[in-house]
Design a protein around this ligand. Structure first.
Ligand code: ZN
Length: 349
């Protein structure tokens, strides 16, 4: 095997150290036209042509180029950093590789059996020496993702379906998680092997979730690498303020609007709550702010051993508009009402 350890093949072809295979082929074709033995059979020309040929052969062979890059230090820093992040076992493999490569460089025998073995160990493979393989044994589990989900109190109590946009990390589609492409750092993931991916998923929110509850969606967290487990997605329930509904612990609070006539005469109101058809009786002569408690109609605790109540607060409300007949009746009512409900207003302590 020819020793070319101290030759800069990139310089020979006039390309940068991170040149793509395409760039290398292009540069090679240009130079071949200039130095081909058909052009001149001078000794200088022929040795230059041989050099170009050799540079081309090494740099267009992915495996040879990788070894060449490593041995010439073009790769060394980035790979060292990479390996320092990994397990001690990998660090040992790297240290062993460096030792052997330094020895080989002294002996001017860079593709000796021992250095080839060290390289194979470094990349964990013999058959297919692509860079992805050096990561193969580092199993990384995907992390869990926590995401807030805003629900109305009614949705929280009754359950609902939600489309959730999640941003999780997964293997880079450009380099397939290998971090390098043609011997250069992958531009899409910047050599991390991972990118952020957006995904829309449908989530069923169970009924009876409370503020701060966590809903677990299995395997929708960050993706695992090299056979590692995918993380889970946790939706953290945030219950929005709502004019009618609120919760307090396991109790469901409801502000119930009633008309003045309903408040005076009493009425029966139907509500759908957690698959229960509830009939709520508003007794005659109910004032605004009066509370009605329906025991056991609230939320359940996790172990279902405790149930909260539904607490209704009556609020007398006027409709948006009144008919002429209604106005006439209110006018009559106004004239005949003689009870002063504000008599205590300045005397209440
Ligand atoms: Zn990539």
């Amino acid at each position: 095997m020819t020793n070319y350890y101290n030759k800069d093949f990139y310089k020979v072809l006039g390309v940068a150290h991170n040149a793509s295979e395409e760039d290398i082929k292009l540069a090679y074709r240009k130079l071949v036209r200039l130095y081909h033995p058909d052009v001149s059979k001078s000794e200088d020309n022929i040795s230059k042509f041989k050099e170009i040929q050799q540079a081309y052969e090494v740099l267009t062979d992915e495996n040879q180029r990788k070894k060449y890059d490593i041995l010439n230090g073009y790769y060394r820093e980035s790979i060292k950093k990479e390996f320092q992040k990994k397990s001690d076992q990998n660090k040992n493999v790297y240290d062993e590789f460096i030792k052997k490569s330094q020895k080989a460089s002294k002996e001017k025998d860079i593709f000796s059996k021992s250095i080839n073995e060290a390289l194979d160990n470094l990349f964990h493979t013999k058959k297919d020496n692509t860079i992805k393989d050096r990561e193969e044994k580092v199993v990384i589990n995907g992390e869990d993702i926590n995401l807030d989900i805003n629900l109305s109190c009614f949705e929280a109590a009754n359950g609902t379906n939600r489309k959730v946009n999640i941003l999780h990390t997964g293997p880079c589609p450009n380099c397939g998680g290998r971090k390098f492409i043609n011997g250069s750092e992958c531009p899409m993931c910047k050599g991390t092997g991972q990118v952020s991916l957006q995904k829309k998923i449908n989530v069923k929110i169970p009924k009876g979730v409370t503020n701060g509850s966590k809903i677990r969606v299995k395997k929708e967290g960050n993706k695992g690498l090299n056979g590692g487990k995918d993380g889970d997605l946790y939706l953290i329930v945030k219950i929005d303020k709502d004019p009618y509904w609120d919760t307090e612990g396991l109790n469901i609070l409801c502000n119930m609007p009633v008309t003045p006539a309903e408040a005076v005469l009493g009425t029966e109101i139907h509500i759908n709550l957690m698959e229960n058809n509830l009939s709520v009786k508003i007794p005659p002569m109910t004032s605004s702010g009066q509370k009605l408690r329906l025991s056991g109609m609230g939320l359940s605790n996790k172990s279902k051993t405790k149930k909260g109540d539904l607490i209704i607060t009556v609020q007398i409300k006027l409709p948006d508009s009144l008919s002429e007949e209604e106005k006439a009746l209110y006018s009559k009512l106004y004239k005949i009402s003689n009870k002063n409900i504000r008599k205590d207003i300045n005397h209440v302590k």
